[in-house]
Every structure is written in C-alpha cells, then in structure tokens.
Design a protein around this ligand. Structure first.
Ligand SMILES: NC(=O)c1ccc[n+]([C@@H]2O[C@H](COP(=O)([O-])OP(=O)(O)OC[C@H]3O[C@@H](n4cnc5c(N)ncnc54)[C@H](O)[C@@H]3O)[C@@H](O)[C@H]2O)c1
Length: 283
C-alpha cells in the first residue's frame, strides 16, 4: 500500500482520490478552499452509494474505500508522507508551478510528482522544479471512476523511475495507461479535436446534418458517441479554447477553429450546459 496525495478536490480530484483508495492506497485529499476537501469526499461517497445501488460496488468495498481517504485543508499534512502526489487544481500554468514549488519543499525526496493537466506542457510546469526527473503527467478522464484510460506523459526530463512508478500505479488502480511524450494535446485531445473540427466543417458545408455525421462514426466506426454530440457534452467554448491552442502550438491548418464554432460560441450555444449546441438539450 502506498500513500497518495491528491491536490484539488474538484471534478477530477475527487475521482482520482476515489480510484486511488479503491486500488488499496491510503489517500489524502487536499483542497485550498475551506470545506473543499470534505465536499470532494462527499462526492466520492455519493459515487460509491450509486455504485452500491447499481450492484457494481459491494457495501464492504464502499466502507473500505471511504476508510482509506482523509480530507485535509493542509498541504503539509497532505504531502509529507506521500509516495505519489497527483495535482488536479485549475488549468493555470502559474498556479500549478507555484503549487509544485511548495510541494517539492514538503513532500519526501522519493515522492513522484504528477499533474493531471489536460493541455499544459509538462516541461513548462517542471521549469520551477529542482528535481524535474521525478515529475510527469498522469492525465485522467472524466468521470474518473468510470473511464479506463490514463495518458502517462513523459516530459523531456522525466526519469525512468518516475515513469515506472506512474505506470505501476495506473495499472494497480485498474486503468489502462498509454505513454505519450510531452506534446500539445497529448494523444487523446489532438485526435479527438481533429475529428470534431472536421465534423463541424462538414456541417458548415452542408455535407450532412449533425445527427447523420454522428451516426456515421457511431455505426460505421463503433465510436460510442459521435464527435458533435461529444462536443456538446464537453462544451463548445472548451473545444474552441483547445482548438485555438492546438492551432497556435502545432501550426497546422486543420486545427484552425471553423467559423461555425466561433459563431455558435458567440451566440451562447455552448452545448448541453446552455441547452443548445449542435443538438437541443431539453427533456
Ligand atoms: N474536467 C475535466 O473533464 C478534466 C479532464 C481531464 C483533465 N482535467 C484537468 O484537471 C485539472 C482540474 O480540473 P477540474 O475540472 O477538476 O477543476 P475543478 O475546478 O472542478 O477543481 C479544481 C479544484 O482545485 C481547487 N484549488 C484551486 N486552487 C488550489 C490550490 N492552490 N491548491 C489546492 N486546491 C486548489 C479548487 O478549490 C477546486 O476544488 C485541470 O488541470 C484540468 O485541465 C480536467
């Protein structure tokens, strides 16, 4: 059993704490907001209760998992005995750099440090670190307790020991790791966004309607969900942000956000969260 510290108890952090504890690890869940870590732990409790009611988690496992997680609002308490620290605070380079500088001074020398960033460069975050060899990316997917994939990101200075520990941890918690080098959009976002943007250009050109384009991928390629429906779920504004970033970083024309995406975001059609995107989302 290892000790895992999860920093940030929001959408991703509470899920990462849950799967770490389910994998048998002593887990400390930290959030800077007063009551934030307890709120994250409450979300874990609700996930597990739902699992029990669906027959996917047995009550004993629920109790054991909850017994392994401790919520704290103290960073030193969270990291001082950690073997692995996983950061899941908001997507800001400055914030992550500052946090890891603090962590480096308070975690054991042997601890592996990982970020769950979905788009920032691992090397850029590691610039603030004295020991970048123990730093890497562990990119989980939402909802963490359900999605099987973890992208394990190797920065240019990530050492073999850290990579081995990260890969072992991912397998221990029952997820499937893929190793990706530190490159914009890693593997998943780069491919997923390319497909989504092409689907939007096809709507723009009148090739087919959104439902038909999605069904082409769902039935023709066995994707569980078509690229436009997925864009509605992720949020058109989020997709626009990632596409603009990839276009800038990779300088490839196919990542230029299409006009239809700019227009829909400007009109407030952000997908499911606003009630309309490529689909209407009412009852
Ligand atoms: N939401 C997703 O679908 C998703 C998927 C993969 C990766 N990510 C990445 O995971 C990270 C977290 O995203 P999220 O959606 O969970 O965000 P979130 O806003 O739901 O949660 C972030 C949490 O961090 C806390 N926080 C802020 N500053 C902190 C600090 N200095 N120390 C400790 N806690 C702090 C906040 O109070 C909040 O509870 C981001 O880097 C994001 O890009 C998100």
């Amino acid at each position: 059993m290892k000790t895992i510290a999860v920093l940030g108890a929001g959408t991703m952090g509470h899920g990462i704490a849950q799967v770490a504890a389910q994998g048998g690890h002593a887990t400390l869940l930290y959030d800077v907001e007063e009551g934030g870590a307890e709120a994250g732990l409450e979300r874990v409790r609700r996930n597990l209760e739902k699992g029990v009611s669906l027959g996917k988690v047995d009550p004993e496992q629920r109790a054991e998992t909850l017994g392994r997680i401790r919520a704290t609002s103290s960073l030193p308490v969270a990291v001082s005995e950690a073997d692995l620290v996983i950061e899941a605070v908001p997507e800001s380079l400055e914030l992550k750099r500052r946090l890891f500088e603090d962590v480096e001074g308070q975690a054991p020398e042997t601890a592996v440090l990982a970020t769950n960033t979905s788009s920032l460069s691992i090397d850029a975050i590691a610039q603030a670190l004295a020991r970048p060899d123990r730093f890497m990316g562990l990119h989980f997917f939402n909802p963490v307790h359900i999605m099987a994939l973890v992208e394990v990101i190797r920065g240019s200075r990530t050492g073999e020991e850290a990579m081995d520990s990260g890969l072992r941890f991912v397998r221990e918690i029952g997820k499937e790791p893929i190793v990706v080098k530190d490159s914009p959009g890693f593997a998943s976002s780069r491919l997923g966004v390319a497909l989504g943007l092409e689907a939007m250009r096809m709507v723009e050109e009148g090739v087919a309607d959104p439902h038909a384009i999605d069904r082409a991928m769902e039935l023709g390629y066995r994707h569980p969900m078509g690229p436009l429906k997925l864009t509605d779920l992720v949020g058109l504004d989020v997709r626009l942000g990632i596409a603009s970033y990839l276009h800038e970083e990779l300088e490839q024309e196919h990542f230029r956000p299409p006009e239809i995406l700019h227009r829909m975001v400007a009109e407030g059609k952000l997908g499911k969260k606003s009630g309309e995107g490529f689909y209407r989302w009412d009852d």
